[in-house]
Design a protein around this ligand. Structure first.
Ligand code: C5J
Length: 221
């Protein structure tokens, strides 16, 4: 059955069976006070505003039997999958692989790399470990989505202008239709969040749609 999500720049037609909820990088090191993001001087409350709307959307998606996937940005403990350019980026004293407030920074298996308890994946919800900003780069995400017949992605998480944006662009180029519920994504920089969302929906939806949790939940019901 075809449904529509009330979205900008125009309603997005979708079918529940071919739609997935993709939650990007809701990891402790980005989102929690006392994590690496906070250590860098970021105000994590700018990200935490997305948790409550995302919890409601996640519950609605689970109730609607939607396919749900989560991503985590991070690397192998030996850093063999971390490009030297990424390791060098930032120029600070503490970076990827170093000891941070929640274990080794961006390393799989460390406490800070884990997904926040409020949005923890259930058994059966794939978790995609990605070494980059985009969720399709060097992962099996595309294969998993194609095998499930997924055509539409509801993309949420952090940060709007980095990993959410990169993922939406990658997905769009691969033929997926993406909608971002604005209140289910967030940035340390509110102005980047706003502009990133405007970019997605500009020019007739140049690479996607923008909606919000309430409108997506209404469409799933
Ligand atoms: C994400 C980042 N998840 N900003 N990563 O957006 O480095």
């Amino acid at each position: 059955m075809t449904r529509t999500i009330d979205a900008n720049p125009y309603p997005l037609a979708f079918a529940r069976a071919s739609t997935a909820l993709l939650i990007i990088d809701m990891q402790r090191d980005f989102v929690e006070p006392g994590g690496f993001g906070a250590m860098l001087g970021n105000d994590v409350n700018q990200l935490r505003v997305a948790i409550a709307p995302l919890q409601r959307l996640l519950a609605a998606a689970r109730a609607a039997d939607l396919f749900i996937l989560h991503t985590r940005e991070g690397h192998r403990p030996d850093l063999s999958d971390a490009p030297p350019a990424k390791l060098a980026r930032g120029g600070g004293d503490t970076g990827i692989g170093d000891r941070g407030p929640m274990g080794r920074i961006r390393i799989r298996g460390e406490p800070g790399h884990d997904i926040i308890p409020e949005l923890y994946p259930l058994t059966g919800e794939p978790v995609i470990d990605k070494p980059g900003k985009g969720s399709f780069c060097q992962t099996d995400l595309e294969l998993i989505l194609k095998n499930r017949g997924i055509k539409t992605l509801i993309v949420c998480g952090v940060t709007t202008e980095v990993c959410v944006h990169t993922t939406v662009r990658e997905a769009n180029d691969r033929g997926f239709e993406c909608v971002v519920p604005a209140d289910c994504a967030a940035s340390y920089f509110p102005e980047f969040h706003e502009v990133a969302l405007r970019m997605i929906q500009a020019q007739g939806g140049i690479f996607g749609w923008v909606s919000d949790a309430d409108r997506v939940i209404a469409a799933l019901a």
